[in-house]
Design a protein around this ligand. Structure first.
Ligand SMILES: CC(C)(COP(=O)(O)OP(=O)(O)OC[C@H]1O[C@@H](n2cnc3c(N)ncnc32)[C@H](O)[C@@H]1OP(=O)(O)O)[C@@H](O)C(=O)NCCC(=O)NCCS
Length: 384
């Protein structure tokens, strides 16, 4: 409350911006539903394509609908020579998320009729974006490692094909399932910062590309999608599992944030993190890579310590980003691709929210409370 009786909700905490049928988060119980389906059920039974369909069309597809949708995505996986040139020009100079943002921005140049704002045209745009994002991200990863690009394979599923295009190897069953799981778990999450900025841009009746470029940009920061990269950086700095407790304790004493913990909405265990945590434990038993083994152990020990220190007392639980790093490392994914992968998966949620918002659009235009001086005397520049 200020002098003028203005209530400021910093970070828009507690502010509802619209009705939605896309996603429900129960932050106090640690529950999440996409279009009414519990996340645990979708994680176990669906694939990413089915989840993307559910988000975009509002219902689970029939077999035929799913296969048509999958075929459309496959048809759109390739990217033009010019997009490949952008990647070759900027990869290595800018963070992969920035290169991705530039490529997605450039995709609007291939839109046959930007003035067509019909639902069908917008859905086509969403399909193209969802299909092309993993190709672009894989190409950025290849370019950064000095390797040739790999063309998509139409006999592979969406996320499995991504891993193939990145690593050059057809993933084994376990990795294919895990990457798909990560895509499912990152596909949607209410009006988080990046979805909100997508909506803010969309609310001006701007276009799909501009709106999702805003989303990609917003996702980049370590308080949001960049947290998994930051969390892995911390695990690498910890180095040895036996250093975990002392490192975290001294970080907390120094009032540092532990990346991958805490959430504006969840004051209980993030249900997506729970799903991933179970995988982590399975991976622990099977991995033979010493480096991955260490990271997994550090993650598990950090989770245990944080539970004692902060989770139960302050409601700061692990979020999905905490466990992503060791698992992605096990799949040979470099840490600077974590956020672009998140963006690829979230494209379904961003576009679905945008289309829902446009059915009842209202320009976002909040207020700020002016606390400066007024009617100051203007002094000519020669006399200042
Ligand atoms: C996500 C996040 C920004 C949400 O925070 P928020 O709702 O704005 O909450 P606040 O920043 O107001 O934090 C509330 C309190 O919890 C503490 N806190 C929050 N997250 C923390 C973390 N990761 N590690 C240590 N302390 C944390 C804050 O220091 C603050 O303590 P105080 O009340 O003693 O000052 C925050 O938890 C965070 O920075 N987490 C790390 C980044 C991350 O993992 N982001 C991905 C989210 S999916």
């Amino acid at each position: 409350m200020t002098e003028n009786n203005v209530v400021i909700s910093k970070g828009l905490e507690g502010v509802f911006i619209s009705d939605t049928t896309l996603c429900k988060i129960d932050g106090s119980k640690g529950k999440l539903w996409y279009r009414g389906y519990p996340i645990e059920v979708l994680a176990e039974k669906s694939n990413y394509e089915e989840v993307a369909y559910l988000l975009l069309y509002g219902k689970l597809p029939t077999k035929k609908e799913l296969s048509t949708f999958e075929d459309r995505l496959k048809d759109e996986r390739e990217v033009s020579e010019e997009i490949q040139t952008i990647i070759k020009t900027f990869a290595g100079k800018s963070h992969p998320n920035d290169v991705l943002r530039t490529c997605v921005s450039a995709l609007s140049a291939y839109d046959e009729d930007m003035s067509d704002r019909s639902n069908d045209a917008n859905m086509e745009r969403a399909i193209k974006l969802i299909a092309k994002m993993p190709t672009i991200v894989a190409m950025i990863g290849r370019q950064n490692r000095g390797k040739e690009f790999i063309a998509p394979r139409n006999d592979l599923g969406h996320s499995e094909n991504f891993l193939y295009m990145l690593t050059g190897k057809k993933p084994d069953e376990e990795s294919a399932r895990l990457i798909d799981l990560m895509f499912i778990l990152h596909a949607e999450h209410g009006s988080n910062a990046s979805t909100f900025s997508t909506l803010v841009t969309g609310s001006t009746l701007s276009d799909v590309y501009s709106a999702v470029v805003a989303g990609i940009s917003t996702l980049r920061g370590p308080l949001h999608g960049g947290a998994d990269e930051a969390a892995l950086k911390m695990m690498k700095a910890i180095g040895e599992p036996d250093n975990t407790e002392s490192y975290i304790e001294s970080a907390l004493e120094g009032k540092q944030r532990i990346m991958g913990f805490g959430h504006r909405v969840y004051k209980a265990y993030d249900p997506r993190a729970k799903v991933v945590y179970n995988y982590l434990k399975t991976f622990m038993k099977t991995t033979t890579d010493e480096h991955v083994e260490k990271l997994l152990e550090i993650a598990i020990r950090a989770e245990k310590l944080m539970e004692e220190k902060l989770s139960k007392t302050k409601g700061i639980w692990p979020n999905i980003d905490f466990f992503a790093g060791p698992l992605y490392t096990a799949m040979d994914i470099p840490s600077d691709l974590f956020t672009p992968i998140f963006a690829s998966s979230r494209m379904a949620g961003w576009t679905a929210h945008l289309f829902e918002y446009w059915t009842n659009n209202r320009l976002f235009r909040p207020l700020d409370n002016y606390v400066g001086e007024l009617d100051l005397k203007y002094v000519d520049i020669s006399k200042r």
